[in-house]
Every structure is written in C-alpha cells, then in structure tokens.
Design a protein around this ligand. Sequence first.
Ligand SMILES: Cc1ncc(C[n+]2csc(CCOP(=O)(O)OP(=O)(O)O)c2C)c(N)n1
Length: 584
Amino acid sequence: MKQLMLGNEAIARGAWEAGVTVSAAYPGTPSTEISEFISNYKEIDAEWSVNEKVAFEIAIGASIAGARALVAMKHVGLNVAMDPLMSISYPGVTGGLVAIVADDPGQHSSQNEQDTRWLAIAAKVPVLEPSDSAECKEFVKRAFELSETFDTPVIIRLTTRVAHSQSLVTLGDRNDIPLKPFDKQHGKYIVAPAYARRRRVVAEERLGKLKQFTETTDLNSVEMNDTSIGIIASGICYQYAKEVFPDASFVKLGMVYPLPQKKITEFVKACKKVYVIEEVESIFELQIKSWGLSVTGSDLFPRIGELSSRIIRQKITGTAPELLTLGSDVTIPIRPPVMCPGCHHRGPFYILRKLKLRVSGDIGCYTLAASPPLEAMHTSICMGASIGMAFGFEKARGKEFASQSVAVIGDSTFWHSGLTGLVDIVYNKGYTTVIILDNSITAMTGHQNNPSTGMRLNGSPAPALDIKKVVEAIGIRRVVEVDAYDLKELERVIKEEVSAPEPSVIITKQPCLLIKGIDRPGNAFSVDPQKCTGCRACRVIGCPAISFVNKKAVIESSLCVGCGICADICSFGAISENDEGMDA
Ligand SMILES: Cc1ncc(C[n+]2csc(CCOP(=O)(O)OP(=O)(O)O)c2C)c(N)n1
C-alpha cells in the first residue's frame, strides 16, 4: 500500500517497521512531528524528554539494554546532546541506535544555520540523508542495519524541506526485533581512559570499514547520462538539481559521511564540468577538493540560506524563469509574527518595559517581546541561557545591577536547561531575579507536553512537577506566584523582588489560551471613541486586535479574547468589556 506522507511521518513509520521499541525526543522545528507520529504506534515507548541530552541518554541506555532505539531533535538540539553523542561514539551500540537530526537551512525557526554533518564528522559517526519521504522511511531501516553491523550510532540528517514535504511511501510490515543480551561486554560501555583508549582504536578501524562500505552501498548511486554536466548532491538539493537538469549525470549521495572517494573521483574524471550542490556548509566540496579534484561549489552557489531549483538554474545557466506571482497589483502588508491576542506573556513584558529593566530573555513564544512595539527584551541566545546570562550581567556590573535586571524564561525552557542556571545563582550567591512564564505548555513548537503539564507525549496522565516547590527545594527563599493578567500585582511584585538582596523567582501563571478546553478570559472589549484621546498607549502591547482608525483605537471583536490588559493600561477609562453576547 502506498500513502502520501510527510518526511517526518515517514521517519516514524520507518522506526516502527524497523522494530524500534524506544524513542525519546525534545521538540524543535523541523523535527517535532517525528515523535508525535511515533506516539501513534503502541509498540514503541515514546517520550518527550526534558531536553535533548536526556533524550540521547535514554536512547543510549535502551540500545545498551538490547533494544532498537531512536532519538530525534532539531539541529541545535544536537549541541545539547553533544556530550553523549561524542562519548557513545567509541563504545558503539548493542541494539541499533539512530539519531534523527533536522537542520533548518534558511533559519525558518532557528537561531543559526549549523550543519549537522560537521558535528557527525567530529563524532566519527556515519550520516545518511534522505531526499524524499520514501527514503526517509527506508533510510531509517537501513540506518538501524548499519548501526548494528558496524557497532555505531548512526545519524540521519534531515532538512526542513524533506521533513515537511509530502511524497509517496510504500508501507511495509513491522520487523519485531528481539532484545539483544545485556551484559558487561568487558568494559565496552565504561569510558574510563584505560577502556576508552582501546575503543578509540576500534572507532578508527570502524571508520575505515565504513569508508569501504560507502563505496559499494546502493545508498550512493551514480547516474551516468550527459557527461557535459556532472552533479554531486544529496537530500533536497538532489531533487532540485534533478528537476532542472534531468539529463545530467549525477552522484546522488544517500550516505553523506563518510563519502565514497573512489566513486566520486571516477565520476569527476568522467564528466566535463562537475557541480557540488549542498545546503549550508561546503562539506562535500571541501573533502572532494582535498582529494585534488576540481569541482565548482561555494564559488557559485550561495552558502547562506536555502537553495532552490530556481537558484540552481540561475547560477548554472545564467537564466531563470520569472517568479510566479499572484497576478494582483495589491501589495500585501508585511505581517511580522506577534503574540496571540490575549497571550499572557504580554503583561509581564509590559511591566518590564515600563520599569525599564534589562531583560535577559530566552527562547519561546515570549521571545516575540523583543520585537516592536514591546521591545522589552535585551538578549536571547540559546535555550536556558537567560538565567546564567542574567547572573553574568550581575557579575560584570556589580550586585546592585541585579535590581535593574531580570531573567525571563518559559516553563518548558526552564525544565530543559534553566534549572541548572538557577542552582548556580543559589550556589554562587547571586541576587538575580528570575521570572518563569508558566503557560502550562511548550507553546512555541506547537503545544507539546512538558514536566509540569501533567501529561505525557501520548496524552496519558503524568505527575505534574511543581515549579514553585522545585525552586524552593534548591534554596530560593523568595518565590512568588502571580496571575499573569494582574498588571498591578505584577508591577508590585517585580519591583519588590528585584530590590531584594537575595535571589528570587516570580512564576507568572495563566495557561496558553490555545490549549484545548481553556476558556477565553472574558467577553471582547471595545473602545469608547468619546473617551479615547488617541494617545496610543494601548498600542505598546502589540495586540493584533487593536488598530487605529481616524486616530482613535478600535478593537476587532472577532480577535479580542477579553484579557483586559489594554483596559488596564488605558488611563482614560476608554476601554471596557462588552456585555454578554455583544461580541462576535
Ligand atoms: C536546543 C533547542 N531545542 C529546541 C528548540 C526549539 N524550541 C524553541 S523554544 C522551545 C520551547 C518553548 O517553550 P516554553 O519555554 O514553555 O515557552 P512558550 O513557547 O510556551 O512560551 C523549543 C522547544 C531550540 N530552539 N533549541
């Protein structure tokens, strides 16, 4: 049977067919759906882990215990999981161990454009890269075989276009793989230097064997056609190039590390002109050039952002077809992302802006507070960094600076990697105030459960960890919970806590309004044009329901969810809640 599937859905299907029994992941675009699809297969124990490092460690443990295990994450997640990856590379595996890492060329939803192939090379771990959904499924199965044959973790590199595009997949049956024995294996899994030195040798020997394998495997195919143009590509770049030059000769790389040096050398020699087409970094090109071969790559194709059929055609032929347009003269206004109407993150940032505090922010929906009109965040670097960085501010500028600055972090991000920063503040006697925005969900990536939501990946009930109790348990004495909509109380508490001569934690609470079953806070609000002075004070919260017509504020009732923040801000009493049934 054939089915149209997203790349991520096909990865999940591949895991099921491959007999995987354990899967662990932390959400991150463009990888998130992999685990959501996997959770539909009852044979697989699938979890949202607290972060990528833990997810990787769970998969390693499951592999050593004899199961086939899969771990999934976005590209920057691999940075968090780099220690377990580097450390399991020498020991290898028992049951197959496959990591799916989804890169984001073009930075659609990411802080950088890093290329997982570099990290895999550093870890001496083989990498497969599928170019469509059918290959996503097949490559997962092949990766498990490879992992067990060569005693190595295997990485599958995806990119956004493959993870999020649909194509046909032929479904297969599940291959139930019995657990392998779990024993000590003479220190294989003890990386103390005496054992690890021996495994270093084994890892090099393994790489040698993989170099032979990559020459003969059908994962790497050569298509000899017109030899005036030769193209070396993998993943979506292969699809783009094939669309533009169907008659050219190709090396299609499915195993992208290690590369088939002999195969590529013969190909380059047989073609008149060879283009290496790859997204993000020049990793193929550098290796191929280091073998003394002449190819064209980064001197022609941009290294920044995604490639496309159009870019490839334009760069090679010098011409490209006109871009398709909507055939309309209407210019569509640019609409930058904004917080949803009624988002409870708005209130705390309004107050932080009002109090002119320096805000060490983090990554989540609340990062939108950095953009106009709120502009209430000074920094946002990587997940969990807000707390350590705010403590860094304090160290650099003196303790009194702690009364002028705060760290702000979401609930999922706090569990992911914020908690250790807070432990550091307690241990090293900081004063910094931390605001945890608890909206009871991992909203940014599409509403995944996390340790405080009371539910697991498959929606089954779980113990809901109490952020307040955890924070108190590590020694924070000043912990305050505040209703995120209560601006007066927020202002009072923030002022009090930043001036306290010890660290404090403020937990703002209100569930994300997009969580199923959550009621809107109230009726829609409207503006009395007689009272509105057009001062635009309400504009600063950046609510999409508020606009200005004839210099007066207007609230679009179909967008307003009744949070009332704008009414609290208005000094002229011009905004009030509609009566029951008045709003759309
Ligand atoms: C290392 C890493 N893993 C995953 C992500 C993807 N990601 C960005 S923010 C976020 C979680 C946001 O949740 P939360 O902190 O609860 O804030 P919310 O969006 O709910 O306001 C995730 C998973 C990332 N950017 N970096």
